[in-house]
Design a protein. Structure first.
Length: 504
């Protein structure tokens, strides 16, 4: 590539990524030369400012037309912009949670590393959202994954953290190998790694053996990414990692990593397999004939996540199984493939972002004050910190899907999307309703502890300013999008063209 060609690209569409990359590089150098005795919180605030700058830059690109550079490997379309908006908002809130994290177990000396590793993971997630090529998709996935492995094991003197990080690395390595193997089949059949070129080529594939190999590729890619999304039966790593990792990392994995994973899954499935013939008599696309497989994964994930959560006493493990169940609800959106699938997926991920990060901000503070992650530590929280108890109740109600919250609107959209097709997915909807009812037991169990159980310690709990900001923003968004959801949908449809440029 000559210099003239390099300069001809419109690099401004990568401005958010360049800002995150620059800030991460600056933080690594500052951490290297700062005195060891100096607090690293300043690095967190610099990182937070960098995320806000990237968010402002992204908002400036909202009205930008669809464009791709670097031989279609980087693509700026409505899908990429909408999901990067969620990623940056979530990252800013996780950074505030991390700044407020009280260090223990020798984590003090690694505080600076957290901030720039977190930004590196965010950069990988953003690249995944905008990738138009299997190679850049994979590079973004591995940048996110490797940074996550290190972050999960940062408490080096904690045996539980070491165990969880090892399980995460092993499972992550296996899932990466399976995903890459599936991608290699598609590359071998098409001779290209570019998603757009690949999609055009696959519309002309009618050989039964080729279609069979593409079916194998579909299964391997979905299975490999299911590990990343922590969907059943590939969820076994999630509870241990959520429990062993520092709480800001757990919050990051539950929201940012999951959002990026679904963005990647949708980008691959609907770029490659939406136009691939399945070989049946009706000439249906492969993704439609394999709907039942995704629906099975969705049903199993909802059932397993909610049922096992009933037996959990550790609050972080409980939220791990809750996160698994939420991934099942999101898989229902993909399995049903309704006309407003992208809108429902984006809205539910946005609602999940606020209610889950708000809950983890409270979990971090309460568990640090009590020195235990047992659910019983939330007993009498209403008397000790009314603001935290009421906020936690709002988030739990939203996670449970109670009317008046964003979680309810998100689940309602999923129900409607599943029933819209001529042959409605009634079994899947029934499983989702039953699983949601089961979730009431463990969500309301935490609320019983907060409001109806006596507190072992009657001392008042003071909340740091950064955590108060995260909790307040989360409450406001959870209630606002639950009462007036059209604000989010109008913004989406007015600025992101209802994702009509996804297949262009």
């Amino acid at each position: 590539m000559d210099l003239e060609t390099l300069l001809s690209y419109e690099w401004s569409i990568m401005a958010p990524e360049f800002i995150i990359l620059g800030v991460a590089t600056a933080l690594s150098l500052l951490d290297l030369f700062m005195p060891k005795a100096q607090s690293r919180k300043i690095l967190g605030w610099i990182g937070f400012a960098g995320i806000l700058a990237a968010l402002v830059s992204l908002l400036g690109l909202v009205g930008h037309s669809t464009e791709s550079i670097l031989f279609d490997t980087f693509r700026l379309d409505s899908f990429a912009k909408a999901f990067k908006l969620l990623l940056l908002i979530g990252a800013a809130m996780v950074m505030l949670i991390a700044i407020s994290y009280e260090l223990n177990e020798g984590l003090e000396e690694f505080r600076g590393e957290f901030f720039y590793l977190f930004l590196a993971a965010l950069l990988g997630a953003m690249m995944m959202s905008s990738s138009g090529d299997l190679i850049t998709l994979f590079v973004g996935l591995e940048l996110l994954s490797i940074s996550s492995y290190i972050l999960a094991g940062m408490r080096k003197r904690n045996l539980q953290s070491n165990e969880s990080a090892m399980k995460y690395v092993i499972n992550g390595g296996i899932s990466t190998a399976i995903t890459l193997f599936g991608m290699s089949y598609v590359y071998g059949l098409t001779g290209t790694t570019n998603l757009k070129t690949m999609a055009g080529f696959l519309t002309t594939v009618y050989d039964e053996q080729h279609i069979y190999l593409l079916g194998l590729a579909f299964f391997m890619i979905v299975v490999g990414l299911s590990f990343k999304l922590a969907t059943a039966p590939f969820h076994m790593w999630a509870p241990d990692v959520y429990q062993g990792a520092p709480t800001p990392v757990t919050a990051f994995l539950s929201v940012i990593s999951k959002t990026a994973g679904f963005a990647l899954l949708v980008r691959i499935l609907f770029s490659i397999f939406a136009n691939t013939p399945s070989g049946d008599a009706e000439g249906m696309p492969m993704i439609l004939t394999l709907q039942d497989y995704i629906a099975f994964l969705a049903g199993a994930t909802m059932i397993i996540g909610n049922l096992i959560a009933l037996r959990q006493r550790n609050i972080k493990r409980l939220f791990a199984y809750s996160s698994i169940a939420q991934a099942g609800y999101l898989l229902v959106v993909i399995a049903t493939m309704s006309l407003f699938m992208f809108d429902a997926l984006w809205f539910y991920l946005g609602a999940y972002l606020f209610m889950n990060l708000g809950a983890f901000a409270i979990i971090q503070h309460v568990t640090h004050k009590s020195g235990s992650e047992d659910i019983s530590q939330f007993a009498g929280l209403y008397r000790r910190a009314p603001f935290l108890a009421i906020a936690m109740a709002v988030f739990l109600l939203s996670l449970a899907g109670i009317p008046g919250t964003a979680g309810f609107i998100g689940k309602l959209n999923i129900f409607m999307g599943a029933l819209v097709p001529q042959e409605g997915h009634y079994v899947l909807v029934s499983i989702m309703i039953a699983a949601t009812v089961v979730s009431y037991f463990y969500y309301f169990g935490v609320m019983v502890q907060m409001f109806f159980r006596p507190a072992a310690d009657v001392g008042k709990i003071k909340v740091p300013a950064a955590l108060t900001a995260v909790i307040s923003i989360s409450i406001a968004a959870t209630i606002l999008f639950g009462v007036v959801p059209n604000i989010a949908f109008d913004f989406l449809q007015g600025n992101f063209n209802q994702f009509t440029d996804f297949f262009q």
